[in-house]
Design a protein around this ligand. Structure first.
Ligand code: DC
Length: 225
């Protein structure tokens, strides 16, 4: 039997870094499901497909081949034979991913891929609907979040460190809009699974957040929770 740890939460809560570190500690693979939605977003942008056109989304998804592989333990996303991992982490792609993730054919395709990875491996999987929809029987479920202000500050600091010009209020508004879209879509909106443990990282650094998650995992493993 394979073990799954589901980590859900809004954009900028620290999910991907924490999930990657927890996976490293447990020797599980880290599955970044946001990267899969981002890959489809790149396809939409490259092919000038309207993200609001449901029919076009269905047709596009039917022609997309998406696979996941690992290089030095880091997830790679292969779209129609091309490794597009390096294109995924821009703000624009994140916004587009949030839009196209509303469509049923997109979600069906990616949920199948995510479940097949979890069926073959021990995984730490992060996203928006992992505990509620993708892996409802996950061994541990975490809902990792932080205040909008804390998340915007992290994003601001990240961009500033890269030397990119950015405006705090703009970043905050962007995060609020993404939260709204991800929490209010019709299919599998972001929400805390009933049996997920709530972790607020507003006042934690990455290593404290990772420790908090490891503590929950270890409690579960020792039968204490
Ligand atoms: O986690 P991220 O920022 O890379 O995700 C980008 C977008 O993809 C997010 O705003 C909504 C969508 N997404 C989703 O709908 N379901 C997931 N499991 C993961 C991401």
């Amino acid at each position: 039997m394979n073990y799954s740890i589901a980590i859900d939460g809004p954009a900028g809560a620290g999910k991907s870094t924490v999930a990657r570190l927890v996976a490293e500690k447990l020797n599980y693979i880290y599955v970044d499901t946001g990267a899969m939605y981002r890959a489809i977003a790149v396809y939409f942008s490259q092919n000038s497909i309207d993200p609001d056109d449901v029919q076009a989304a269905g047709e596009a998804v039917a022609g997309i081949d998406i696979t996941i592989s690992y290089r030095d333990g880091i997830q790679q996303v292969i779209l129609n034979g091309e490794n597009i991992t390096a294109l995924l982490r821009t703000e624009e792609t994140g916004r587009m991913a949030s839009k196209i993730s509303r469509h049923a054919p997109v979600r069906t395709k990616l949920v199948d891929l995510q479940r097949s990875l979890a069926a073959r491996n021990n995984v730490v999987m992060d996203g928006r609907d992992i505990g509620t929809t993708v892996l409802p029987d996950a061994f541990v479920k975490i809902y990792l979040t932080a205040s909008v202000t804390a998340r915007a500050k992290r994003r601001f600091d990240e961009l500033a460190a890269k030397g990119q010009a950015c405006d705090f209020e703009e970043i905050k508004a962007d995060i609020e809009q993404r939260d709204y879209q991800d929490m209010h879509r019709e299919i599998s909106p972001l929400s805390q699974a009933q049996d997920a443990v709530f972790v607020d990282t507003s006042d934690m650094n990455i290593s404290q957040a990772t420790e908090a998650v490891m503590e929950i995992v270890n409690q579960k493993r020792s039968g204490r929770a």
